[in-house]
Design a protein. Structure first.
Length: 418
């Protein structure tokens, strides 16, 4: 049930969900033109992959600072400013023809994205409790993946005119930043009254990781899964180019639209799936989908067969995004919600940034198929590890400190009243 004392109006929820549509936009928007851009700038596959993931480095570094600010001061101003920076950094690619300058602009984009991801996610987690929070996080997944569906589709169409044109899509964040400042209540907090106390400011990210081993393990899973998924994001356009598909609109359909559509369907049904199957089973299904996606990619010789790759990837992503987000949040006190959310951002985007550095040279030295098989071995290892775990809902409750028990108690009382 929602916490009525902290819950803003429908307009605020709408703004937060719209901000969530930008979550996967950082790299996905220009993914359809990455091969055209690589050839135009005269760089290799690793350098092109870093254009997709440079913003992830900035997010990984800046997010803990944003999380600390959110815990102390609330999300309104950091989110509004972050959206404006996001639009400026992303839109700069419209007029840049230098690889170093383009890389720098992607770092600026990442600073804004750190605030967008951390503030919007922590806000939604703080406003809802119990089963309704699972539903809202499912909506967030649908919003995020809807952005992954719409923005790359528009970018792919624009990419047929110029590889610079898709960068204009990032400008949508700027008016959304103004709306955020006007709509979100000035005194909005993400951790209840405890977030106003000095206790909420103690320790920081390092101490949280040291004291909450479950959070450390879940963040490690974020690093591994997102890093492996970036292998497909970078490699699929190159594979399609090898198969004779050069239309950036079609590349967008393969690379992000189908994956986002599959993830959106999962998001709309996520609360029912969680209630029926539990978190552990869903995570195993996600790892299985990813393993199958890599195997299909490794052996496919026809474009039609490759259609299964983004669908399987999207199903896995649609399950994992809300599951890991909720589990991390349940493992910490409410007054550390911003910091915990920022650690997820650091893990998620850190994995994205590291992926081309690890797999780029490997693929260049071998082949796309060999890289996919190695990644499949990684996701298969994750799948096997998940079979050894208890249901993460029970682990989250056991790992959580006494500070979170009042919140759990409110959930239980709310369920009894309903």
């Amino acid at each position: 049930m929602p916490d009525e004392t902290a819950r803003p109006g429908t307009s605020a929820l709408t703004v937060l969900l719209l901000a969530s549509t930008l979550g996967v936009m950082g790299g996905a928007t220009i993914a359809p033109v990455i091969e055209v851009m690589r050839q135009s700038l005269g760089v290799g596959g690793t350098e092109a992959g870093l254009v997709l993931t440079a913003h992830s480095l900035a997010i990984a570094v800046v997010s803990p600072l944003v999380g600390r600010a959110v815990d102390r001061f609330g999300p309104r101003l950091p989110l509004a400013l972050g959206l404006v920076v996001y639009g400026l950094g992303g839109g700069a690619g419209m007029v840049i023809d230098s690889y170093p300058l383009l890389f720098a602009s992607r770092l600026v984009l990442g600073v804004g994205a750190a605030a967008v991801f951390t503030c919007s996610t922590a806000s939604l987690l703080g406003l809802y409790r119990g089963d309704l929070r699972d539903r809202v996080m499912g909506w967030r997944t649908t919003a995020t993946t809807a952005g992954g569906f719409l923005y790359p589709l528009v970018a792919g169409a624009l990419g047929n005119h110029s590889w610079h044109a898709p960068f204009a899509v990032y400008l949508i964040a700027m008016p959304l930043g103004v709306a955020t400042f006007l709509v979100l209540p000035p005194g909005m907090r993400v951790g209840g009254e405890g977030s106003r106390s000095q206790e909420g400011g103690k320790g920081g990210a390092i101490r949280l990781l040291r004291e909450r081993p479950l959070v450390t393990a879940l963040c490690g899973l974020w690093v591994a899964t997102t890093g492996l998924m970036m292998v497909l994001a970078v490699s699929l356009p190159r594979r399609l180019d090898q198969l004779g598909i050069h239309d950036t609109f079609v590349v967008a359909l393969y690379g992000t639209v189908l994956a986002s559509g599959a993830a959106s369907v999962v998001g709309l049904t996520y609360a029912r799936l969680t209630a029926r199957l539990g978190y552990a089973v869903l995570m195993r299904i996600a790892a299985l989908c990813w393993t199958l996606a890599f195997l299909v990619f490794a052996v496919a010789e026809r474009p039609a067969v490759l259609l299964a790759v983004p669908v399987l990837t999207g199903l896995g992503t649609g399950i994992t995004m809300p599951t890991l987000t909720v589990l991390v949040d349940r493992s910490v006190p409410p007054e550390q919600r911003g910091t915990a959310t920022s650690l997820q951002a650091t893990a998620l985007f850190g994995g994205q940034f590291a992926s081309p550095l690890v797999f780029g040279p490997l693929v260049d030295a071998t082949s796309l198929g060999a890289g996919a098989l190695i990644a499949a071995a990684g996701t298969a290892a994750i799948l096997l590890a998940l079979f050894r775990l208890k249901d993460p809902r029970d682990l989250g409750a056991a790992d959580a400190p006494d500070a979170v028990k009042p919140e759990t108690g409110r959930d239980d009382r709310a369920r009894r009243r309903t």
